[in-house]
Structures are given as C-alpha cells and as structure tokens.
Design a protein around this ligand. Structure first.
Ligand code: SIN
Length: 323
C-alpha cells in the first residue's frame, strides 16, 4: 500500500469515548498512559483547514502551525490580520521563518491584535518599553524552563505574545508549547467536572518578588494584588475550556485544604508534560512565534549555556478569563 492509498478511518464520538476510557494509570502513580484518542477530532480538523492569504504547515497533532507566504515586516490588511488571528485560535501557536523585524515593526505587528503591556519585572529593549528582552549568555542563564502561561498574576493577563528570535545558538534553545485544551480534555471525568467550578489564586511573588528589596516588593504588591481566575476558563473566541494553572504563578486553589491545593496544582500542571499535547520549535535567527497565552503553556529549553540567545517579546493585553 502506498501512503496515498492509506485508508482514513472515521471513528464515531462513541468510539472515541470508548477508547479514551481505556486509558490506564501507570501502577503506583497518577500518570495515565494509553491512547489520547480525544485528539483525533482536532488533529483532523486542523489537517483540513485552508486559508485565503497564506499556507500553514501543521507541526503536531493539535498544536503548532508554521505559516508560509506572509511578510510581517510590511503593511498587512485588516483581512490578513483577521485570518492570522483565526490561525492563532486554530493552531494555538503559529510560527514564521525569515522575518527580520525591526523593533518598530515588531511592535507594529503585535499592536494589530490589541494594546501591548509593559512588564514591570522583566528588562525591556532600550528603544521600545513594550518589548521584553531575553538576553542570555555566559553570565545570564535561562530561567524560563518551566511550563507557564505568561502573567497570570495580572487581573487581565495577556491574550498572546509575539516572540522574535534575534540571535539563537547553533544547537539548543528550542521553545516547547503544550495545548491546554487537550490537557483539559484528557483529564479523568471526575477531575474535569471538579475543576469546572474551581477558582485559583495567582501571584507574581514567588517568581519575581523575592528578587526585590522589601520596600519595592510592598509597592509591587499594592500595584499587583493577588488575583483569582477560573481553573478551567472558557476561551472567548473558541468557547472551549482550557486548563489555566501553572507552577510559576498559581499560588492556591480556593475552597480546598492547603495539602489538596498543592496536590491539585501539581497534578494539573503535570498535564503539560504529555508529548502528545506538545509541539517543539527549533529557532533560527528571525523566526517569529505568536502564541495564544490562554490555549498554551510554553517552556524555553535552557540547554545552550554558555552560548548566546537573544529574543524579544511583545505581549498583547487580554480580557479577564471567565467561564
Ligand atoms: C518566555 O518565557 O516568554 C520566553 C520564551 C523563550 O525565550 O523561548
């Protein structure tokens, strides 16, 4: 049989549910293995998508699309921007190669999707306060190598971020993205039902606050009080629920004991670890990523020290997550 003769099986929703239920816990753990059958519908939906203004190569089962046929350095019509937004919602994170953006062009492109935030803790690019600069070298190693959504400690966390690779190492420094819809869909039924009504507290303090002198820490606490977000909000554009818990910023799940909160945060955060939910991007200089900060968590692999890696990020202010 050649690949073109491959028979495409169309499972029913009932078959998907039956196979999904056949997943099992690995002995003496809370880790499930077995088929992630519930990914089939989304994987096939993405494979069938077509766009008017560009082409997209699907990178993984349900997450990641690389766009061809668009120049981000030049002016883009409202129709193109609307289609990029649609691709972002479909693929959760989208990528481009060979986009030598100036800082002005970077800010201009990201601003087409909403107002940009300035980050109170991370150093900006010297010309553009809206661009956070991640500059790593022999003296400054990467610390973004843990799964996280950006800025969930804000009342209105970012809807997405546009990351431009300026200098990347020859090997290493990939960024991984994990699909938080898939993470939610793959939870055991009883846990999924529980998290639907749960709320979590988010806090910048353990990630950023401990580096600040006491006076500044108190001032930042006043500016950024503890915030609460649903554990499984509904995405404003797709209507799908996604998991919105991460180890960097989720400080507590409300309404349960401290021990249960710790256990739940750990268990929910671990869902990002499934390779079936992930895509991994190998950067080149002038690659660009645009991720939906609700639908994905990301992880910047820190395996390139002492080499140089310089990236700049613009984050678009979003709405308050809700169910
Ligand atoms: C980030 O965590 O936003 C930075 C990602 C990266 O440098 O790949």
């Amino acid at each position: 049989m050649t690949t073109t003769d491959a028979i495409i099986v169309e499972p029913t929703q009932e078959q998907i549910a039956t196979v999904t239920k056949s997943r099992r816990m690995l002995p003496n753990t809370t880790v499930m293995n077995g088929p992630c059958a519930y990914l089939a519908t989304e994987r096939r939906r993405l494979a069938a998508l077509q766009y008017e203004h560009f082409e997209v190569t699907q990178l993984s089962a349900t997450i990641g699309g690389e766009i061809q046929g668009l120049d981000l350095t030049g002016p883009l019509s409202d129709e193109v921007i609307a289609e990029v937004r649609k691709a972002l919602h479909d693929y959760k994170v989208i990528f481009w190669r060979n986009q030598p953006l100036t800082t002005d062009q970077h800010v201009a492109f990201a601003s087409r999707f909403g107002s940009l935030e300035t980050h109170p803790f991370l150093p900006p690019n010297t010309n553009q306060p809206e661009l956070v600069r991640f500059a790593k070298n022999v003296n400054t190693s990467g610390y973004e190598n843990g799964w996280h959504h950006d800025v969930t400690w804000r009342a209105e966390p970012s809807m997405g971020a546009v990351l431009h690779a300026i200098t990347v190492p020859a090997v290493g420094g990939d960024t991984l993205f994990a699909d938080m819809y898939a993470a939610y869909d793959g939870l055991p039924d009883d846990i999924r039902e529980r998290v639907n009504t749960m709320t979590a507290e988010h806090d910048f303090m353990s990630a950023f606050g401990r580096l600040l002198p006491k006076g500044e820490r108190d001032e930042m606490r006043e500016r950024y009080p503890l915030v609460e977000h649903p554990v499984a909000p509904r995405h404003e554009a797709t209507g799908r629920r996604y998991l919105y818990v991460n180890r960097y910023f989720t400080s507590r799940i409300l309404g349960v004991s401290e021990a249960e909160s710790i256990e739940l945060i750990e268990m929910l955060s671990r869902q990002a670890d499934y390779p079936e939910y992930q895509c991994r991007y190998r950067w080149q200089n002038d690659s660009v990523a645009f991720w939906d900060n609700r639908a994905v968590q990301h992880y910047a692999a820190s395996d390139y020290w002492p080499e140089k890696r310089v990236m700049e990020r613009a984050s678009v202010i979003g709405n308050r997550p809700s169910v």
